[in-house]
Design a protein around this ligand. Structure first.
Ligand code: 13P
Length: 249
């Protein structure tokens, strides 16, 4: 089953617009030959400069967040229409850092997923368990709950547009990468969950990424696993050399 393979960089709250211009210029050059899709998700204020430089190249651009209302009195927030108007194609939704620091619930994430789809943005829907949940043996149940609520009301047709990213919280920014087997078994279970909600064909078509301390040395092994279709990369996406190796893995 041919699935879209994607190497995505989440820059998080790093890179001023000036620094972003340098990084995206280097990335565009180094990722020219990548056979897979390449995506970068810079901070909001970097988007205009990054979009300008990435235009017409194989590097796609996404945002890290948006608000699910269309417009109005929501000080500090940015709408899907605003991102679309800039030329943004993807948006990360439900990252564990947004769940933890900005109190995003599964219900809020569901609203963002449905709004992104309505507005033609491709959601990169994140899920993942904490160390405590892994030790309590509730990883699969927990992630299935996150997925089921996030996808509430999402049609089968719309599901084919969504990218899912499995990011165990204990592996994010810790240098502690999940083993290929650990990552693959959860990605496979997410696919089984999608098959139960929709059908096997839809599940088989869905791109599922792994994220959590992905680096240039472990990327190829992770991406070679049966149910891992690429990566969502934090720290290593800030170094053009490292990210281009991952993008080419
Ligand atoms: P790190 O690659 O820095 O662990 O971050 C992963 C992540 O959270 C990507 O969204």
């Amino acid at each position: 089953m041919a699935r879209k393979i994607l190497a995505a960089g989440n820059w998080k709250m790093n890179m001023t617009p000036t620094e972003a211009k340098t990084l995206i210029t280097e990335l565009v050059e180094k990722c020219k030959g990548a056979k897979n899709d390449v995506l970068v998700c810079p901070p909001l204020v970097d988007l205009p400069a990054v979009l300008e430089i990435a235009k017409g190249t194989n590097v796609k651009v996404g945002a890290q967040n948006f608000y699910y209302m269309d417009k109005g009195a929501y000080t500090g927030e940015v709408s899907a229409d605003m991102l679309k108007d800039l030329g943004v194609e993807y948006v990360i939704i439900g990252h564990s850092e947004r769940r933890e620091y900005f109190s995003e619930t599964d219900e809020i994430i569901n609203k963002k997923v449905t709004k992104a789809l309505e507005k033609g943005l491709i959601p990169v829907l994140c899920c993942g368990e904490s160390l405590q949940q892994r030790e309590d043996n509730v990883t699969f149940d927990f992630i299935r709950t996150q997925i089921k609520i996030a996808l509430r009301g999402v049609s089968k047709e719309d599901m084919t547009k969504i990218v899912i990213a499995y990011e165990p919280i204990w592996a994010i920014g810790t240098g502690k990468v999940a083993t290929s087997e650990q990552a693959n078994e959860v990605c496979a279970d997410i696919r089984n969950c999608l098959a139960a909600i929709y059908d096997q064909e839809t599940a088989d078509r869905t791109t599922i990424l792994y994220g959590g301390s992905v680096n240039k040395d472990c990327a190829a092994e992770l991406f070679a696993m049966s149910d891992i279709d690429g990566g969502l990369v934090g720290g290593a996406s800030l170094k053009s050399e490292d990210f281009s190796i991952i993008a080419n893995a």
